[in-house]
Design a protein around this ligand. Structure first.
Ligand SMILES: Cc1cc2nc3c(=O)[nH]c(=O)nc-3n(C[C@H](O)[C@H](O)[C@H](O)COP(=O)(O)OP(=O)(O)OC[C@H]3O[C@@H](n4cnc5c(N)ncnc54)[C@H](O)[C@@H]3O)c2cc1C
Length: 407
């Protein structure tokens, strides 16, 4: 007899594990997570993990707020802070093109109960000693914003899910789906078939490959994302407020005595999921020299805010894959064309910040519960018939990363 679970979740990144946690909170339900590597080993541990509540996509605001609520639940339950730091954030706009959306989305967050303070450049400098924001038109301080340790955060979700009875199997690849007509009845692994009431595809950059097994396409592509890490530097206090600079396409956050500097390239690069190895550790993005050249090339506008940028010593370049969609919205919920098959994918570089809402929304959809969120903006079929593996479609996904205003 094949094993059977109410939910089988493919992928033990933060989205799969958060979905398991939220499903287990709903009561008597059996949940299995299958992860072919280790928990939080692919996109998740590479994230800068900025937990920002000013969301440039209104559909994400309540999802990000759910993450903050989940954090409070996990803290209370596990009696642990799992590496969270409440540093607050600054969003800085210096042109009309960025000031208008900042004021709009900050107001949406304020109306949803988030404290937002408008401050001047002198006060901003008290929060972040390296910063020169004298040219800013608007500076929004969100005191409750946080930075997560994405590895520990995922393990916190996993500990709470396991405590409620979820089963998490690592080193176990899903090799295919069990199908009957267009319905997905379970998964295939090296140890045999496992049957499920619903199968959730939370396979990150590889989610489109799983979906193809179900005979459907997901509108997303893996896109390179990266940042640089400086050597320890007294100019970056550990709890310094992190800064998002849409006009410089950059963010700066504290990191083990130094800082992380994220700088978005003008043209982001996608990958064909069919060419991905099973583990992103096997992928090489750039040599140190190329990465440094890329930093210098894109750093012009950042220097305006960060006059001492060129004196910094960089010790590490971190690159990973995030799955982007052409409109920057996630890919969530039931996948039309494949009954009993659900997506928790297309994170658009916001999967840590919105992990709570994504996990709750997808768990509710898969278990047939009353939804806490409107998943309509995230419908997997919203682009109609597509082939997401073509270069043309992947470039649309990459363009949504390069055009992003948030962190
Ligand atoms: C440089 C960088 C910076 C980022 N900064 C931020 C940030 O500041 N804030 C933020 O919110 N987000 C950020 N992100 C995005 C964030 O990392 C992702 O949104 C999030 O980690 C996505 O989680 P996931 O579970 O979808 O993917 P993953 O963590 O990749 O998990 C998917 C899992 O599925 C498994 N899998 C795949 N195929 C199979 C199979 N056949 N069988 C079994 N298992 C399988 C994989 O092994 C993997 O572990 C950043 C990402 C990068 C790369």
């Amino acid at each position: 007899m094949a094993e059977r679970f109410d939910l089988v979740i493919i992928g033990g990144g933060i989205l799969g594990i958060s979905t398991a946690y939220h499903a287990m909170r709903m009561g008597s339900v059996s949940v299995l997570v299958l992860e072919r590597n280790q928990i939080a080993s692919q996109a998740t541990p590479r994230a800068a993990a900025l937990l920002t509540q000013i969301r440039y996509k209104p559909s994400q605001l309540h999802m990000a707020q759910r993450t903050f609520t989940a954090i409070e639940e996990l803290r209370a339950e596990l009696k642990d802070d799992f590496g969270l730091r409440r540093t607050g954030s600054l969003h800085i706009a210096s042109t009309p093109a960025t000031e208008t959306p900042l004021r709009l989305h900050a107001e949406e967050a304020r109306q949803a109960g988030v404290e937002i303070d408008w401050i001047d450049a002198n006060e901003a400098k008290r929060h972040t000693p390296w910063l020169d924001a004298s040219g800013a038109m608007a500076i929004a301080l969100t005191p409750s914003d946080m930075i997560a340790d994405p590895h520990l955060f995922t393990h916190a979700y996993a500990a709470a899910a396991r405590a409620r009875g979820a089963v998490v199997r690592t080193n176990t690849a899903v090799t295919g789906l069990v199908r009957e007509g267009s319905a997905v009845l379970g998964v295939k692994t090296g140890a045999g078939e496992i049957h499920a009431g619903a199968v959730i595809d939370a396979a990150g950059a590889w989610a489109g490959l799983i979906a193809r097994e179900a005979g459907v396409n997901l509108p997303m592509a893996p896109v390179w994302s990266h940042y640089w890490v400086t050597a320890p530097d007294a100019g970056f206090p550990p709890n310094m407020t992190y800064v998002i600079l849409p006009d410089a396409r950059a963010y700066v956050r504290p990191e083990v005595g130094g800082a992380i500097i994220g700088l978005r390239e003008r043209k982001s690069l996608s990958l064909d999921p069919r060419a991905l190895p099973d583990d992103v550790d096997g992928l090489v993005r750039n040599s140190d020299e190329e990465a440094h050249a890329m930093l210098l090339e894109g750093a012009g506008p950042l220097r305006t805010y960060f006059p001492s940028l060129d004196a910094l010593h960089f010790v590490r370049f971190m690159a990973g894959l995030s799955a982007y969609t052409p409109d920057g919205e996630f890919v969530l919920g039931p996948v039309p064309g494949a009954a009993r098959f659900f997506a928790a994918a297309g994170c658009c570089g916001s999967g840590i910040a919105c992990s709570g809402g994504i996990g709750l929304g997808v768990a509710e959809a898969a278990l047939g519960c009353i939804p806490s969120f409107d998943l309509a903006p995230f419908r997997p079929d919203r682009f109609g018939a597509i082939d997401p593996f073509t270069l043309a479609f992947r470039e649309r996904c990459a363009a949504s990363r390069s055009g992003k205003l948030s962190g």
